[in-house]
Design a protein around this ligand. Structure first.
Ligand code: HEC
Ligand code: HEC
Ligand code: HEC
Ligand code: HEC
Length: 360
């Protein structure tokens, strides 16, 4: 961690150097006084002061979507923070990564599911035959993977072999699971009396071993060109990735080697996180928006705004959120001095701007 911080202070951040830990993010969320207003899934916070960040609403769930919500609400948040004598945090990129991991662990990015439908999936897809409380296999309520989406992906992959043997023995067809069905199933299993209060976790290493591991494990024998994992996983949540792994496991397992949970974390950190957090917006549209909303200051050295041009850095939703908290208040003062309004950005605007700045 220290090493990455040090390097990113000296050099442009290496592509994919996203290291994130939900536990550190949870600590920051308290240390930065976010909990002064926000609760998370009913935890500490001021009721009614700010949206509960653990509640699944019809939000834009992508990282760019969250960056845009924060961007739009920021002036109001800063005003409320000033009024309450709370310092506005000077957030580093490492901090912002940890906060995103924390949001991920609170299921902020996952689509909404339905427990009743999930229960039906558990029965209809025959999971109950082996995973009922008194079944022959580990009862679903004891699955470690319920608490960590990366463990789930890994479980879906690694137990596929054993399950396939068991399934064949009992003459089942390999059940296909859509991402929506898996989401429902998780909502059902995570809200049983035994699991309702479990702590969710989420952490990613920086993924520098991921690429080599994908070769070593045989993933790249199929996943290359248009099938490259970096491309396939770009817009998927981890539940969707887990469903994809499940459905294709019988075919894939014939050629690929077993993968430990730690190795899967590296692979996902490399193949998934980079794409998921980077947002694949449209750089041309982003450029047009930049010219209208941002260029007056950012292409004008006299304005005091830094240039965002020319390959200076790798830009993502994470970078944007860190920059927003670190530089936003001064940007707001400058706008107010110029009698200009804070630019509101829709999630697609945010994704497009990031694509534009990232690619310059
Ligand atoms: C003084 C109160 C206050 C503090 C402190 C505060 N916020 Fe907020 N935040 C708000 C309010 C109010 C909104 C919603 C504004 C609106 O709806 O217009 C909001 C909105 C958000 C949203 C968008 C929520 C959504 O789903 O629409 C995010 C994400 C967020 N805040 C993150 C943070 C983080 C991270 C921190 C700490 C660094 C923080 N907030 C500190 C008051 C606060
Ligand atoms: C024929 C028996 C059988 C059926 C049916 C079955 N499984 Fe399994 N499952 C297994 C076996 C065997 C294991 C590996 C047990 C172990 O290693 O502890 C396993 C393990 C798992 C794990 C990993 C558990 C952990 O420790 O985190 C998950 C997740 C899982 N199964 C999901 C499902 C789902 C979802 C269904 C229904 C679509 C299902 N299983 C149906 C036999 C089955
Ligand atoms: C024998 C060829 C093969 C091997 C080896 C293989 N895969 Fe796959 N994989 C596929 C196919 C085919 C799909 C389905 C793609 C689709 O639906 O478009 C797939 C789908 C996936 C998906 C889901 C993507 C989505 O769009 O839902 C993930 C994630 C994945 N593979 C990861 C891996 C990993 C990690 C490895 C190595 C440990 C691996 N695969 C090895 C053939 C393979
Ligand atoms: C009225 C002038 C002004 C406008 C318009 C403006 N900015 Fe800024 N921006 C600033 C200033 C001044 C700073 C530097 C603040 C500081 O030094 O703390 C800044 C800093 C930033 C940073 C942090 C840069 C870094 O080095 O990390 C980002 C990112 C940014 N702005 C993005 C935008 C985007 C995107 C837009 C258009 C939607 C925009 N700005 C519009 C004045 C402006």
């Amino acid at each position: 961690m220290k090493c990455i911080l040090l390097i990113s202070a000296l050099l442009p951040v290496a592509a994919g150097a996203i290291e994130a830990d939900a536990k550190r993010g949870a600590d920051l969320f308290t240390r930065y006084h976010c909990t002064y207003c926000h609760s998370v899934a009913g935890g500490p916070g001021k009721p009614g002061a700010a949206p509960d960040l653990g509640q699944r609403l019809d939000r834009a769930y992508s990282p760019a979507g969250i960056a845009s919500r924060m961007w739009n609400h920021a002036p109001k948040m800063w005003a409320a923070m000033k009024q309450s004598d709370i310092d506005i945090p000077a957030m580093s990129e490492a901090d912002a990564s940890d906060l995103f991991a924390f949001f991920y662990s609170t299921r902020y990015f996952e689509r909404r599911g339905d427990a009743a439908r999930g229960k039906a999936v558990f029965y209809d897809k025959n999971c109950v035959l082996c995973h009922a409380l008194n079944g022959p296999q580990k009862p679903a309520r004891e699955w470690k993977s319920l608490a960590d989406p990366i463990d789930l992906v890994s479980a879906m992959w690694n137990h596929a072999g054993e399950m396939q043997t068991a399934t064949k023995a009992e003459q089942f067809r390999w059940p296909q699971l859509s991402a929506a069905q898996l989401t429902d199933l998780l909502v059902y299993l995570q809200n049983l009396p035994e699991t309702r209060h479990m702590q969710f976790g989420f952490n990613l290493p920086n993924g520098d071993r991921g690429k080599a591991l994908m070769e070593e494990k045989g993933c790249t024998s199929c996943h290359k060109g248009a099938m490259a994992l970096e491309t396939l996983m770009g817009n998927l949540t981890l539940t969707e990735v887990a469903a994809g792994m499940w459905n294709h496991a019988p075919k894939m397992r014939q050629k690929a080697k077993p993968v430990t949970s730690a190795e899967m974390r590296e692979i996902l950190a490399y193949g998934w996180a980079q794409q998921f957090f980077r947002s694949n917006g449209n750089a041309v549209k982003g450029g047009k928006l930049f010219d209208v909303q941002c260029a007056a200051c950012h292409n004008n050295p006299g304005s005091g705004a830094p240039s965002l041009a020319a390959g200076k850095r790798d830009f993502s939703s994470i970078t944007m959120v860190a920059a927003l908290w670190r530089h936003g208040p001064r940007m707001l003062s400058k706008l107010e001095a110029d009698h200009k309004a804070w630019p509101e950005l829709k999630p697609t605007d945010m994704a497009n701007l990031i694509a534009y700045i990232d690619r310059q």
